[in-house]
Ligand binder design. Structure first.
Ligand SMILES: [Zn+2]
Length: 174
């Protein structure tokens, strides 16, 4: 019996969590497959969602969930992978890279002038823990490339940043 959906092709194993996330959008216009009202697949997701899985299989579960949460109040038509990837980018949190309060300078300091003529002024001082990478975790290696900085494992700013990203991913996957 042909599957009850528009897509055909090689069958792949799609994890149930992915199908469940897609099911949240079942009532949008033109969904790629059918679901029962309780969210159980009424078509074969391994066939019907093949393109969605192919286009999104590298995304963490939390990112897919955030993309769907973003899409539901904003989209009318069931989004394609490219649209869900855009939604994931927009929905992604901007973690606080630096939680240290910068120290205000007694007077603003002019650092230079942009080609547009605008002056760049420093109002506060931030002392990077690592002078090699400025606490970004990446240090220059040649003219056009960067390398992971040697401080990666020990820099407390980077450790806090990774910790807050991990906490966010955990909270989202609950
Ligand atoms: Zn560093």
């Amino acid at each position: 019996m042909p599957p009850d959906c528009a897509f055909n092709g090689a069958q792949v194993m799609i994890p149930p969590w992915f199908t469940a996330q897609m099911a949240r959008m079942a009532d949008m216009k033109n969904p790629p497959m059918k679901w029962y009202a309780d969210g159980r697949p009424a078509s074969d997701p391994d066939i019907c969602l093949r393109m969605w899985w192919e286009g999104m299989h590298d995304m963490p579960q939390a990112a897919v969930e955030a993309a769907v949460t973003y899409a539901i109040p904003r989209r009318e038509w069931f989004p394609r992978p490219v649209e869900l990837r855009e939604d994931a980018d927009v929905a992604a949190p901007r973690p606080a890279w630096r939680e240290i309060e910068p120290e205000p300078l007694p007077e603003s300091v002019v650092l230079g002038t942009l080609p547009t003529g605008a002056r760049v002024v420093a109002l506060s001082r931030y002392e990077a823990e690592c002078p090699d990478c400025g606490d970004t975790g990446f240090a220059p290696a040649g003219e056009r490339t960067v390398r992971r900085c040697g401080c990666w494992a020990t820099n407390s700013v980077l450790i806090r940043k990774r910790e807050s990203q991990r906490k966010y991913a955990e909270a989202k996957s609950r």
